[in-house]
Write a protein that binds this ligand. Structure first.
Ligand code: HAM
Length: 499
């Protein structure tokens, strides 16, 4: 049935009419800066990551949660912290039609905690383990590995403060990257609980006050408002000062110290390697005790592409911010700025958002950064499997019949490709070859009259005529033989190697 618009006035004609001259200056809409399209050819990376996240979450007993992309602004202000960069500068905030302030989520933990409280999850057996993935939004300056819409996967354990859970979360995170085959380092620290952190803040402020003139403008502000953020500054001068800044672990109270020691002992017992990083702080305010990040190991690309790499260094103007080639991933010294992921304990957040006290720990990893690393290091994630069969037709009558056959074969579970709109056999065979299918079925004039089909083995080039009605059985048989042939070839190859 032809499509009929219910609102005729809303139809926008493709071509300008006489009384509607074309605007010469009409610009083609562009992708927003810092956003990117994920094209079909990249989809297998995304499928791979979601399969790995699902598999890891399942083996550790996590259930998937999906929370909305839009939430009340106050949820993020109260959790991430109103003096953080994320809230002060990076959140996409708007008023809804009733004048309430709503924001695109800049991170996932706040929404999960809101859902934990709202759905009374405290009454379930504790701790509750949940995982998620999806898009997040931060209006930061785009550069390689930093986008305004990006994707994270995350794991949260809510409702228990035992240090063994910290160790479990760290191990889970570590094995996730290890099983993908990425060389990473697990950076661990403890930022203590709010009271012992106050002592630390005092010495930190003293240290930086003496060096105030060397601080960037943002850090001068942070010194007043949120001194812990001084350790998280992206400016190089401030990073130099950071080297000699006091360390959080020296100011932990006894309880926090015991907790941290116990986490590290568990990690040692699990033989999970980690780097103690006493100046690691996180860019969100809700953390207490264990804080950790996953940093990629330094990667040195081959010298030959050096000149071109230079051109693709950090995009100061943002002009190339959406380009995603292997070459614009520069060899950076790992740091919080290039972290693949981060997390930690947030024992007070559930309470802070109005729930009963429920200590928690979690982690989130950036998916774009992970895919960049996988590509840059040529990590084998397997190739998408091509369809098994291509159906080709010659002439209009054959086209009708092949369309029907396609539909029947698809229903029976065959993976089929086609090029229905093409007429000649040559372009169709070219496409079948390019796709790497195992067999092509050809329906021409002769086969139409005879009630047959041609099956072409794409590897050997052999063609055979078969009865139209037996095609499913023929294909099943041939696909099974094809599998055996392939296996026996690879067995022969490995025995060749052994002899
Ligand atoms: P986060 O450190 O802000 O933590 O983000 C985690 C990861 O998301 C980063 O390490 C990075 O890989 C990725 N990421 C962040 N911003 C961007 C961006 N603009 N472009 C591309 N990737 C980005 C959190 O979000 C916490 N909610 C983690 C957590 C979960 N803590 C406890 N549970």
């Amino acid at each position: 049935m032809p499509y009929k618009s219910r609102e005729k006035s809303k139809i926008i004609p493709n071509k300008p009419t006489e009384d509607q001259p074309q605007e010469k200056s009409k610009k083609t809409p562009q992708l927003l800066r810092g956003m990117k399209d994920i094209l079909p050819e990249d989809q297998h990376y995304w499928d791979f990551i979601s399969r790995r996240v699902d598999a890891t979450a399942k083996t550790f007993g996590f259930g998937r949660i999906v929370t909305p992309v839009l939430e009340e602004t106050s949820l993020f202000v109260r959790s991430v912290g109103k003096e953080t960069d994320i809230i002060e500068k990076e959140m996409y905030t708007l008023d809804d039609k009733h004048g309430s302030s709503i924001s695109l989520r800049p991170e996932g933990t706040a929404g999960v905690v809101r859902a934990y409280i709202e759905h009374g999850m405290l009454n379930r057996p504790q701790p509750v383990k949940m995982f998620y993935y999806g898009p997040f939004f931060r209006h930061d300056r785009p550069q390689a590995g930093r986008y305004r819409q990006f994707h994270q996967f995350g794991f949260e354990i809510i409702g228990d403060k035992h240090p063994v859970l910290d160790a479990q979360m760290l191990m889970m995170t570590y094995v996730f990257y290890q099983e993908i085959g990425l060389p990473i380092s697990l950076q661990v620290n403890s930022v203590g609980h709010p009271e012992c952190r106050e002592d630390y803040k005092k010495v930190l402020v003293d240290y930086y006050k003496k060096r105030k003139n060397s601080l960037c403008e943002d850090c001068k502000n942070r010194l007043q408002k949120n001194p812990l953020r001084l350790l998280d500054c992206k400016e190089s001068d401030c990073q130099v000062l950071m080297q000699d800044a006091p360390q959080t672990v020296d100011y932990l109270c006894e309880e926090c110290n015991e907790h941290f020691v116990s986490v590290l002992e568990h990690l040692d017992g699990l033989e999970v390697p980690y780097v103690l990083n006493p100046r690691l702080v996180r860019g969100l305010d809700y953390y207490s005790n264990t804080a950790f990040e996953i940093w990629p190991e330094v990667y040195n690309p081959v010298e030959e592409d050096k000149d071109e790499d230079e051109e693709n260094k950090e995009d100061k103007d943002g002009e190339n911010a959406n380009e995603e080639t292997e070459k614009n991933i520069e060899p950076v010294k790992p740091s919080s700025q290039s972290a693949l992921g981060g997390g930690g304990r947030y024992d007070y957040l559930v309470e802070e958002l109005g729930g009963q006290p429920a200590p928690a720990i979690g982690f989130a990893g950036g998916i774009e950064r992970l895919i960049n690393e996988i590509k840059m290091r040529h990590i084998d994630i397997g190739q998408p499997t091509p369809p098994d069969i291509f159906v080709a037709q010659l002439g209009d009558e054959a086209r009708k019949k092949i369309l029907k056959l396609f539909s029947e074969l698809r229903k029976s579970g065959f993976q089929i490709a086609e090029s229905f709109s093409k007429n000649g056999l040559k372009p169709q065979m070219e496409m079948a070859n390019k796709l790497g299918v195992k067999f092509t079925i050809i329906l021409g004039q002769k086969e139409l009259i005879d009630g047959t089909l041609l099956i072409r083995d794409m590897e050997s080039g052999l063609q055979e005529t078969v009865d139209y009605d037996t095609i499913k059985d023929e294909l099943k048989k041939r696909l099974a033989n094809h599998g055996v042939r392939k296996n026996s070839r690879s067995t022969n190859r490995s025995s060749d190697n052994l002899s």
